[in-house]
Design a protein around this ligand. Structure first.
Ligand code: GTP
Length: 356
């Protein structure tokens, strides 16, 4: 549920954050040194203004390479580098005494744009710069009257198109692979809900957000009743199907921003965002009853599945994550002790589910 939104968001931005920072550091350092080197050549080429400019920008990039791992928002730095760099490449092609080989730098445009921005933004940024570079090339250097001139144009255009095509294809496959790896790392293979580690991560994030915004939310821990008997009587495969069935039933009632995770064996956790104590108790009651009324059909026979729920509400029941977890856990085990198939949601009170 939540993991899907998260992974989709990340997969659309090119490399993951830490890899983008490392790559930017490398790019800034390389560009910084290259600019300082080229500045010396510009001095020799009688172009002191450009030389000074290149030295200043080169030094700034070397300083940025040192600091890029610490900046908070990366995207402005990426655009702040790519846009001036791509414009500068076009400007160099316009300079009267520019070398014809300055044109080759344009082939870096799709490589950098796709790696740093992902497929969509990479394509949108690459196309206008590559088209502009092609028009400049045709205007300045093209000689379509001779066969050799036509071959030059063909080389420049086809090479650019092939780089764009390969990078586009590669970035699509890479993003897909990253998304499926991330899903595997964050979800439980049997039920498809979040695994324990990811659940705890999102739970901690929810605590942090609620501390800032003072929004209420609920943590629910639940454990399938007499699950050993399900395995012993119907077999392990039926037990597996029962766990999948439970997650399906829960998932049908939860909202898309609620979190559901498997904490181990037959124990699950829910984080109900923006839900106060009253709403949480009502919802969990409904979940408990819904589960009881929806048996798993196994080999043509109804296999009853019930669970016991412990509900703890933020900020009513605790002032930190560990306290809230402990509270929900204690309520779950109190529910087990009182006979199972019920919701325990506050103090010593038991809210017994509607068992016929
Ligand atoms: N089929 C299946 N069984 C599992 C899985 N994970 C844990 N189990 C089984 O779940 C059972 C849990 O048994 P217990 O801890 O005694 O709990 P219970 O029988 O549900 O009893 P109460 O929780 O007290 O109601 C064990 O038999 C585990 O082998 C799984 O992924 N698939």
């Amino acid at each position: 549920m939540d993991s899907e939104h998260d992974t989709q968001r990340q997969a659309g931005t090119g490399l993951e954050d830490s890899a983008r920072r490392s790559l930017l550091r490398l790019i800034f350092a390389c560009t910084g040194w290259v600019l300082c080197g080229f500045a010396l050549l510009q001095f020799r080429n009688d172009n002191p203004i450009l030389a000074v400019l290149e030295i200043l920008v080169g030094l700034f990039l070397l300083w940025s390479a040192w600091n890029i791992t610490r900046v908070r928002w990366l995207t402005p730095w990426i655009y702040g580098y790519l846009l001036p760099t791509f414009c500068f490449q076009l400007y160099i092609m316009l300079m009267p005494n520019a070398s014809v080989t300055a044109f080759v730098w344009v082939y870096m445009v799709p490589v950098l744009a796709y790696l740093l921005l992902g497929r969509r933004a990479g394509l949108l940024l690459s196309i206008p710069f590559m088209v502009a570079a092609l028009l400049l090339y045709l205007w300045r250097y093209a000689n379509p009257e001779s066969a050799a001139g036509l071959i030059d144009i063909g080389n420049a255009v086809v090479c650019g198109l092939m780089i764009l095509l390969f990078v586009h294809f590669y970035e699509g496959r890479r993003a897909l692979a990253q998304r499926s790896l991330q899903l595997m790392a964050e979800t439980d293979g049997l039920t498809g809900v979040l695994n324990r580690a990811r659940f705890h991560q999102l739970f901690a994030q929810c605590i942090e957000q609620s501390q800032r915004s003072s929004d209420a939310f609920a943590l629910v821990l639940l454990d399938v009743d007499h699950f050993k008997q399900v395995n012993d009587s119907w077999g392990h495969e039926a037990g597996d199907r029962a766990l999948q069935h439970l997650c399906r039933v829960l998932g049908q009632r939860l909202r898309s921003d609620d979190v559901i995770g498997r904490l181990g064996g037959e124990e699950f956790g829910l984080v109900l965002r923006n839900t106060d104590a009253v709403a949480a108790e009502q919802l969990v009651q409904t979940l408990c009853q819904q589960l009881e009324r929806t048996p798993l059909l196994w080999q043509g026979q109804p296999l009853p599945i019930t669970a016991t729920f412990g509900v703890a509400c933020w900020p009513r029941d605790a002032s930190d994550a560990a306290g809230l977890y402990r509270c929900a856990d204690q309520r779950l085990y109190r529910g087990k002790a009182y006979g199972r198939n019920r919701v325990v949601s506050s103090g010593g009170a038991l809210v017994v589910s509607d068992i016929a």
